[in-house]
Design a protein around this ligand. Structure first.
Ligand code: ADP
Ligand code: MG
Length: 237
């Protein structure tokens, strides 16, 4: 019954994310549609036309950004949950962001112990992609992004540190709040999605940040309990 309940909670989060993305995408689409309709009204001064086109393009970019924050790894038929080797999956995400890091003159440094957690691997990757992307974006003049994983018996502890622009106390407080963004073209959804995924996995997170010094995120995820798993299996059979 407990496993059933957990499964239901997970399904709920999955459909919650699906519902939020269609909601989020609808707004920019409505704006794009409106401006295309306006472009059909003749005659229009050239500058007005150009302004409408610019706004429509910006909104399309916004929709792209939202899809990026939610669905980079989405597959048509997502597996629900499975054991995830944190080091293996984080290495994949680090590889993915390597070109972006390079472009921003950010060095990547990592020390990854193996540790197994239970979760949806696509969401796991989405979560860390969003967090690592934020760290790189926080270092406009370059720096070092360091990722560590420590396997601590009952939990797997992940830290993400940057020596970027940092956050004020108020910004730290609002971290993960939907639409909170200090970026000109930010969605304010990346951290929210990451935080939801961490909480869905039964994990906790902490932000430590100093303005102009940098930010460290500590994410603690429950480690897979082999003992629990085998007793659950025998209960099911
Ligand atoms: P976005 O990246 O689109 O702005 P996010 O939800 O990903 O939205 O992040 C929300 C805000 O949190 C960012 O705009 C930024 O102000 C702050 N933030 C997140 N991570 C960091 C970081 N590593 N360093 C400094 N600020 C950060
Ligand atoms: Mg972001």
């Amino acid at each position: 019954a407990r496993a059933e309940l957990m499964k239901m909670e997970k399904m709920e989060i999955v459909s919650q994310l699906a519902a939020s993305i269609s909601h989020e995408i609808r707004n920019p689409l409505t704006v794009v549609k409106g401006f295309i309709q306006l472009l059909q009204t003749e005659p229009l001064p050239r500058e007005t036309k150009e302004r409408y086109i610019r706004i429509a393009l910006e909104e399309v970019e916004r929709a792209e950004g939202i899809i990026h924050d939610y669905l980079t790894f989405a597959k048509p038929a997502p597996k629900e949950t499975e054991p995830i080797d944190v080091a293996v999956e984080l290495r994949k995400v680090l590889q993915m962001i390597a070109p972006m890091a390079h472009m921003h003159s950010v060095d990547l440094s990592s020390s990854l112990e193996h540790g197994i957690v239970i979760g949806n691997v696509q969401y796991f990757q989405q979560c860390f992609l969003n967090l690592l992307k934020n760290s790189i974006e926080a270092m406009p003049n370059g720096g070092t992004l360091r990722v560590t994983v420590e396997n601590q018996e009952t939990s797997v502890v992940i830290t993400i540190s940057d020596n970027g622009i940092g956050m004020t106390k108020e910004q730290v407080r609002r971290f993960g709040e939907p639409y909170f963004s200090t970026k000109e073209k930010g969605t304010g959804l990346g951290a929210m999605v990451a935080v939801k995924i961490i909480e869905q996995m039964g994990g906790t997170w902490k932000v430590e940040s100093t303005v102009q010094k940098g930010t460290t995120l500590t994410i603690t995820l429950p480690a897979r309990q082999l003992r629990l798993l085998s007793s659950q299996q025998s209960a099911n059979s």
